[in-house]
Design a protein around this ligand. Structure first.
Ligand code: DAH
Length: 360
């Protein structure tokens, strides 16, 4: 086989084997480029005797034309294949359901919903929101709230203690939101009207207790706050929160070191067939503790109990959310199970308002 025939076979085979346009281009450069095999042959023509030059030149040019044609044909095939692959890759099935934006598919946790509802109701009554840290001093969590060191009431709180710091001070994870009362009274002058929603911690774990849970504290201090005002505020809150025209409430005498007198509050409900109704029935469920702020607490926080008096309450936020939304197990709140949140969660744009209805 002549050299020319071998080059022809070899080049055409390479063209046939090129699997994409880049590979094809390198075959073209190898044959027809400046330093390509066919170009090199053409360059040798000048050195041939004139009688051979013509025949040889014609043969090389024929090969060149043949290769050029084969390249064009192969390029056409590869382009078509590439286009088909792209079309297939980018195919849109217009019959598929539309993918909803996050704002439609995301869900607000029932506890966040309940917290927003609670804040909305108290804001409407003129309360502002106060906050404090989760890691609290023993002084604010206990001592200033009239739990002297060694007082047995401290044992009622299953406290998480932190390691003592360099000064030997042992901080705690706050066991209630009441230390925010202390912080507020130390930093503001009466009249005071605040609520403090927030995380609280106790070493407890069962169907209705988790080591981290939530409370909403309330505090009013002025010259004339009374127990009657406290009862009105709580009753109005319960009617608004549970979205019923009337609620049965029971104020039971109780004990907290930071209030005197102290009470625990139950609300009336009826539970039947997995449903719960408020304002009727024979069941009573405890939702909060409350009372008149103890004069010692006012004194500890720099407020003169001869001039000022106050009332306060602390409500279990998780508990009222469980009650209102029929959630049987508190532990589910913190399991981050998407099936649960999709079932019990709220639509993000349905923000609770008093005018528009709290829970949509
Ligand atoms: N801090 C109490 C608790 O966690 C709840 C409480 C009761 C708060 C009475 C108050 C109150 O402000 O007045 O058990």
């Amino acid at each position: 086989m002549s050299d020319l025939a071998a080059l022809e076979n070899e080049t055409l085979a390479a063209i046939g084997a090129a699997s994409d346009e880049a590979a094809l281009e390198s075959v073209r450069v190898g044959a027809l480029g400046k330093k390509g095999a066919i170009s090199a042959l053409l360059a040798t023509l000048g050195k041939l005797p004139p009688d051979e030059r013509k025949a040889h030149g014609a043969a090389i040019n024929a090969l060149k034309d043949q290769v050029t044609e084969a390249l064009a044909a192969r390029r056409g095939i590869l382009k078509k294949a590439a286009l088909e692959a792209q079309l297939k890759r980018e195919m849109v099935d217009v019959t598929l359901p539309v993918r909803l934006p996050a704002v439609e598919t995301g869900r607000i946790h029932p506890l966040s919903q309940a917290m927003d509802e609670i804040i909305t109701i108290f804001a409407d009554m003129g309360f502002s929101v106060a906050e404090g840290p989760d890691i609290e001093s023993d002084d604010y969590n206990f001592t200033k709230l009239n739990f002297p060191p060694g007082h047995p009431a401290r044992d009622m709180h299953d406290t998480f203690f932190l390691e003592p710091d360099a000064h030997g001070e042992r901080k705690v994870l706050r066991t209630h939101t009441s230390p925010v009362q202390v912080r507020t009274m130390l930093s503001q002058k009466p009249p005071i009207r605040i609520i403090c929603p927030g995380r609280t911690y106790r070493t407890d774990f069962d169907q209705t207790h988790t080591p981290m849970f939530h409370q909403v504290e309330g505090l009013v201090v002025d010259e004339s706050a009374t127990l009657a005002n406290l009862k009105w505020v709580l009753e109005e809150f319960c009617k608004a929160f549970f979205e019923v025209p009337r609620v049965g409430m029971r104020f039971r005498p109780s004990f907290f070191p930071f209030t005197s007198p102290s009470m625990e509050v139950d609300i009336q409900c009826r539970r039947s067939g997995g449903e719960i109704r408020f304002g009727e029935g024979d069941d009573w469920l405890e939702i909060l503790g409350c009372g008149m702020v103890h004069p010692n607490v006012l004194t500890n926080c720099g407020i003169d109990p001869e001039v000022y008096q106050g009332f306060a309450w602390g409500m279990g936020a998780d508990r009222v959310a469980m009650l209102k939304y029929g959630l049987p197990d508190l532990r589910d709140f913190f399991d981050a199970d998407l099936r649960w949140i999709n079932h019990y969660g709220f639509k993000p744009l349905e923000v609770p308002t008093l005018a528009g209805g709290l829970s949509g």
